[in-house]
Design a protein around this ligand. Structure first.
Ligand code: FAD
Length: 355
């Protein structure tokens, strides 16, 4: 299509990168995926051992090839997701370079240059950044935090409850990570769940599909399914609720070297804090393009960066498309993204000055 090495370079080979690749191929564009991971699977390789999907396999598939349903488990395990993503990229034989870390993307004449940490440089007409959020965990600041002598761990690095056995643990964060990690720690540790507001649970018979429908409705400017909460009642969370231990308290005021002080002045000893406080978009490699905001986001219209029209975003969250950080949402947003890129490149050629 032009004089660059590729029409498109996709940065990141997780589910969003693979879904993008599927539709770029359909659009007839040349591309390569550059992925920092040692192996296939994106963020799923790093999630905790017991993590299950919120939704059945049939509702967690990338385009073209449905996730196998498995024998017994309606909600696939993280290992099943890694296996699916591994087989998905093998099935389609995408060009993927791995491990391959992109250090920076810079504008050059008629395109973008992608610089790798090895010093190698590639040129492209467009970049799709699909680097997810896992490598940018967010931890809020609390007074006295730097003096606290206990363990502090973000959920990004949590694997299993065993290292916390018999410890006094605070699990901080009112989303699904906080609920699931608290639920599996509570039976083996003296765990307290700390959330900004009272957590709101989805009914038992509702799964992650409703979150997708709600995200889609919000993007369309509608209200979406009403009366539902945010936390999916996966089996460990349900079990904690049935044992009567699924309770959360509002935040403490400050840390001490050995614990925390609550708003009523009470002090509690604490051995470990697990921050389930979310992530920011991993966009450090895009800093030189001058479009990254302080929270890591980039202003986009229809997945295209407003300040750099050769840059497109996939995954990350609803701001790049409805539920784009989920398996099902990644496919649906990629289906719209590839033709948009193709149209942009064709119109660029049409309007290029004749030599
Ligand atoms: P990632 O999977 O993070 O992939 C990004 C890739 O980019 C990685 O391989 C990374 O190595 C690479 N990368 C990063 N920086 C660079 C760089 N500079 N150069 C090159 N490569 C780079 N999702 C669902 O669909 N269903 C669920 O039920 C579900 N449940 C979840 C439950 C919990 C508790 C949590 C925490 C998440 C859940 N998710 C679920 C979300 C899902 O885990 C992630 O949102 C998803 O992995 C994001 O995919 P992605 O492709 O956008 O990013």
């Amino acid at each position: 299509m032009n004089a660059t090495d590729y029409d498109v370079i996709v940065i990141g080979g997780g589910q969003a990168g693979l879904a993008t690749a599927y539709y770029l191929r359909r659009a007839g564009l040349s591309f390569v995926i550059l992925d920092a991971g040692e192996a296939a699977g994106g963020a799923w390789v790093h999630t905790w051992d017991s993590l299950h999907l919120f939704s059945p396999a049939a509702f967690s598939s990338l385009p073209g090839w449905p996730m196998p349903a498995g024998d017994s488990d309606a909600f696939p395990t993280r290992d099943a997701v890694i296996d699916y993503l591994t087989r998905y990229e093998q099935r389609y034989g995408f060009a993927i370079e791995r491990p391959c870390v992109v250090e920076a993307v810079e504008p050059v004449m008629d395109g973008l240059q992608v610089r790798l940490t090895t010093g190698r440089r590639l040129t492209t007409s467009a970049v799709v950044s699909a680097t997810g959020t896992w490598s940018a965990p967010f931890v809020p600041t609390y007074p006295g935090q730097d003096q606290f002598r206990g363990i502090q761990l973000h959920s990004a690095f949590y694997q299993s409850p065993e290292p916390f056995r018999d410890k006094r643990v605070l699990v901080i964060g009112g989303g699904n990570s906080g609920a699931q990690i608290f639920a599996e720690l509570a039976p083996v540790a003296a765990a307290t769940w700390v959330t900004l507001q009272e957590p709101v649970f989805l009914p038992d018979d509702v799964d992650g599909r409703v979150l997708f429908e709600r995200a889609s409705a919000r993007v369309r400017g509608e209200d979406g399914p009403a009366g539902f909460g945010d936390i999916v009642m996966v089996p460990p969370v349900k079990a904690a609720r049935d044992r009567g231990i699924l309770h959360a308290v509002r935040p403490f005021e400050r840390f001490t070297p050995d614990g925390v002080i609550w708003p009523d002045g009470t002090a509690s000893p604490v051995g470990a804090v697990i921050w389930c406080t979310g992530f920011r978009p991993e966009t450090a490699h895009l800093q030189l393009l001058g479009c990254v905001e302080s929270d890591g986001r980039i202003e986009v219209v229809d997945q295209r960066a407003v300040a750099q029209p050769r840059l497109w975003l996939a995954g990350y969250g609803n701001w790049t498309g409805a539920a784009s950080a989920t398996l099902i949402g990644a496919g649906r947003t990629a289906r719209e993204l590839a033709p948009r890129i193709s149209d942009a490149l064709v119109s660029e050629i049409r309007h290029a000055p004749v030599a």
